[in-house]
Design a protein around this ligand. Structure first.
Ligand SMILES: CC(C)(COP(=O)(O)OP(=O)(O)OC[C@H]1O[C@@H](n2cnc3c(N)ncnc32)[C@H](O)[C@@H]1OP(=O)(O)O)[C@@H](O)C(=O)NCCC(=O)NCCS
Length: 184
């Protein structure tokens, strides 16, 4: 297996373009999804209060892309180029990465998260990821369904593992860990 290949900055699917974020994306990310409490409810990061919060994320994104074979991606419509959401690979070691997905409210229920997760797996494998996992709040049925549709296996419950700051700040709760093993 070829290891440590830089993931492409752009990934195309039938309906979507996933691309590395750029500095000029902050305002659209903020208004489309990062500032919407309904969208961020089950996420591990606090709802953005100002576009500077989104700019800080973009600095983090650049650092991730510098250090690792990949980092965050934006999800855009192939038809009109509209920003729909975000996803990415969060490398922890050269072989282990997490993933996730977030969509603007008007983009829910159209299969975009499933299409996004399916598209992330191949570049992850090519970049050397052997364990690709996602954490999910146990109550978050749509996200669990997306992971199951993409053949991620429920590995177990991580006890008192993660804070969901938009549900209850400062308290770590149990989370479900779903995994896809990409190595041999
Ligand atoms: C969760 C989220 C990513 C789902 O995106 P999406 O594009 O609507 O997902 P998809 O359309 O690909 O698939 C959703 C699946 O969940 C199902 N679903 C929706 N609501 C459900 C519910 N209450 N219970 C069970 N399944 C449900 C859908 O029917 C669909 O499954 P199906 O294709 O078998 O019918 C989207 O709602 C979102 O961005 N939410 C906010 C951010 C977030 O919570 N991200 C995930 C963090 S773990």
């Amino acid at each position: 297996m070829e290891l440590d290949v830089k993931a492409p900055a752009t990934i195309e699917t039938p309906r979507l373009i996933l691309r590395r974020p750029a500095a000029g994306d902050a305002a659209a990310m903020f208004s489309r999804y990062a500032s919407d409490p309904a969208v961020t409810r089950y996420l591990g990061w606090a709802t953005h209060q100002a576009v500077d919060d989104t700019r800080a994320f973009l600095s983090f994104s650049d650092a991730e892309w510098e250090r690792w074979p990949a980092g965050p991606y934006l999800i855009c419509s192939r038809a009109g180029g509209e920003l729909l959401g975000g996803t990415g690979l969060g490398f922890e070691t050269p072989q282990r990465a997490s993933t996730g997905y977030v969509l603007a409210r008007d983009a829910w229920g159209q299969g975009y998260a499933t299409e996004t997760l399916q598209a992330i797996v191949k570049p992850a494998r090519r970049a050397g990821v052997q364990r690709l996992y996602a954490l999910c709040h146990p109550d978050h049925r749509p996200s669990r369904r997306v992971l199951e549709k993409c053949d991620f296996q429920l590995e177990g419950t991580l006890r008192r593992h993660s804070e969901f700051p938009n549900l209850r700040r400062g308290v770590a709760v149990d989370v479900l860990c779903y995994v896809s093993i990409l190595g041999d």
